[in-house]
Design a protein around this ligand. Structure first.
Ligand SMILES: C[S@@+](CC[C@H](N)C(=O)[O-])C[C@H]1O[C@@H](n2cnc3c(N)ncnc32)[C@H](O)[C@@H]1O
Length: 133
């Protein structure tokens, strides 16, 4: 929702639009990466599972990258030869980011891991990322 505000100055009034309170609040709320991800007490179990996965040849698949918080943890715990494939639909996120912004932010978070070949990351359907398994 937008609130139109009128600024009078000079010869003619100028109308500008500013976001209403709730939209403005969302704009200035810091992006809290702790939202919608695993909580600290859950990390131990996930670590065990990732370490057990080292016995298997195939990659670790994560469906639902969000911003890559858990992907980066799993990358730390996985064996050197194991890959992680992570996908997300990028349709919704807790911060109200557009799908394009959400995708590019996640790509930036995961950039090093992708570039060093430790993980593959993409949007569902993109390049049929899961079809080569
Ligand atoms: C709870 S968050 C994932 C949190 C992330 N795994 C972590 O631990 O940091 C759920 C994610 O799943 C994604 N998602 C939901 N349905 C999906 C689907 N069918 N395919 C791919 N991703 C999906 C959402 O876009 C969202 O980013």
């Amino acid at each position: 929702m937008l609130i139109a505000r009128r600024i009078v100055g000079g010869d003619s009034p100028i109308a500008i639009c500013v976001p209403a309170h709730s939209a403005l609040r969302r704009l200035v709320t810091p992006l809290d990466v702790r939202r919608s991800t695993l909580k600290e007490p859950e990390h131990g179990l996930l670590r065990e599972l990732v370490e057990q996965a080292a016995q298997h040849d195939g990659p670790i698949i994560e469906v639902g990258t969000l911003i890559g918080a858990t992907t980066t943890r799993m990358a730390l715990w996985k064996s050197a030869r194991q890959r992680i494939i992570t996908v997300d639909s990028y349709r919704r996120n807790p911060w109200g980011l557009s799908p394009e912004l959400h995708y590019s932010l996640t790509a930036q978070v995961l950039f090093f891991l992708v570039e060093t070949g430790q993980i593959e990351s993409g949007a569902n359907g993109e390049g049929a990322i899961l079809s080569n398994l």
